[in-house]
Design a protein around this ligand. Structure first.
Ligand SMILES: Cc1ncc(COP(=O)(O)O)c(C=O)c1O
Length: 364
């Protein structure tokens, strides 16, 4: 069949998600497989979110509130932002795609760190736009390098704080200096999918810049710290004129009934958030110490994942990934992100992290 579709779609490489636990159990016959590959919350979903879902089950015959009024107000109140700036999405992936669809046309340019979360490239290429990559410098976002790449064709810039997969952040003053140099017609997206995990107080935060005269979008998600990845709910906070454009083109009911009530409840579940952060911070230190004693290099992270340099001695990250699978441990090789010597590992529960360390020792 010969379909009349834009040529630029052939440039898109489909997103490869983390391997599923069921798949490893099926292929290798290992029970008790652990998945440390998708930066999910190891404690499960927020209990308050689960209770809110239970109570909403009888409403499933109704369409959701198309504008997600209650959730939007809850977010606005929690973070002191204007509700008209907020657009809810079916995960923050939805916001990425919506931004691309209203801002980009074929041959436009989007500047982004290399590597980046893979869906940015898919979203921009699906509009025919061109990625302009700026490699990380010592695993940090090269802001000066990004400024140098601005051209009359630049429409968007993606930043990611903490950066996935490096786990590094951008300081407040570096972000301020950067944004001061960005022409106001270029939209700068600060993807803050993991910002709740950041311990360092000197970290850029999009919400502090929403009233500036620059076009800044902050993107957040309920998938990580709030434990609701399976429900699909995230949001963007942006200048109201841009929010209004996203509302025009989005699916009318892009956030389902259960996601709306669960996200609203999770926002108030401070006990669960605290427990999550406590676990991630304690376990990161535990794993660093274990890796130090194995003399395996890693990159210190401000997120709920970190990169480990496992390559060398004739083995690549893909080899290590494959060796860990029969041991019932799923991690993410960083080959498709341009780091063939590194794996990315999400923080699990203590016993899962012990299993990872033991399996890694065996594999290397
Ligand atoms: C950097 C980054 N941004 C955005 C997302 C998308 O999150 P979601 O669509 O689940 O909100 C992810 C998911 O892994 C991510 O790592």
């Amino acid at each position: 069949m010969k379909l009349k579709v834009p040529d630029y779609l052939s440039l898109i490489k489909p997103y490869v998600p983390g391997k599923l636990i069921e798949a490893v159990q099926r292929e290798y016959g290992v029970d008790h497989t652990i998945k440390l590959a998708s930066n999910e919350n190891p404690l499960g979903p927020s209990p308050m979110a689960v209770e809110a879902i239970r109570q909403a089950l009888d409403e499933l015959h109704r369409y959701p509130d198309a504008r997600g009024y209650k959730l939007t107000l809850a977010i606005a109140e929690q973070y002191h932002i204007d509700p008209v700036s907020i657009v809810l999405g079916n995960g923050s992936d939805d916001i990425i795609a919506l931004l691309a669809s209203v801002l980009l046309r074929p041959a436009d340019e989007v500047i982004l760190p290399q590597p980046s979360f893979l869906f940015y490239e898919i979203a921009l290429r699906s509009m025919g736009a061109r990625p302009v990559w700026v490699p990380l410098k010592s695993f940090n976002t090269d802001l000066a390098g990004m400024i140098e790449k601005i051209s009359p064709k630049t429409r968007m810039i993606f930043l990611n704080v903490p950066h996935n997969p490096a786990g590094t952040i951008i300081s407040k003053s570096d972000f301020e200096d950067f944004i001061a140099q960005i022409p106001s017609q270029i939209v700068t997206v600060l993807d803050e999918a993991y910002i709740e995990f950041v311990k360092e107080p000197d970290c850029a935060n999009s919400f502090e810049f929403l009233h500036s005269d620059k076009a800044i979008v902050g993107m957040r998600t309920f998938s990580k710290a709030f434990g609701l990845a399976g429900l699909r709910v995230g949001y963007g906070a942006m200048p109201p004129v841009l929010a209004e454009l996203l509302h025009r083109v989005r699916q009318p009911f892009n956030v389902n009934v259960l996601a709306q009530v669960a996200a609203k409840a999770a926002l108030k579940d401070s006990k669960f958030l605290e427990k999550t952060l406590q676990l991630v911070h304690t376990e990161l230190e535990f794993i660093y110490t274990a890796l130090d004693s194995l003399e395996v290099p890693y990159i210190r992270s401000e997120a709920n994942f970190f990169m480990v340099e496992v390559g060398g001695g004739g083995q690549t990250a893909d080899d290590i990934f494959k060796k860990l699978l029969p041991l019932g441990v799923i991690v993410r090789p960083m080959t498709s992100y341009g780091y063939p010597q590194h794996i990315r590992v999400s923080i699990g529960k203590h016993e899962e992290n012990i299993r990872f360390i033991e399996a890694l020792e065996q594999a290397i």
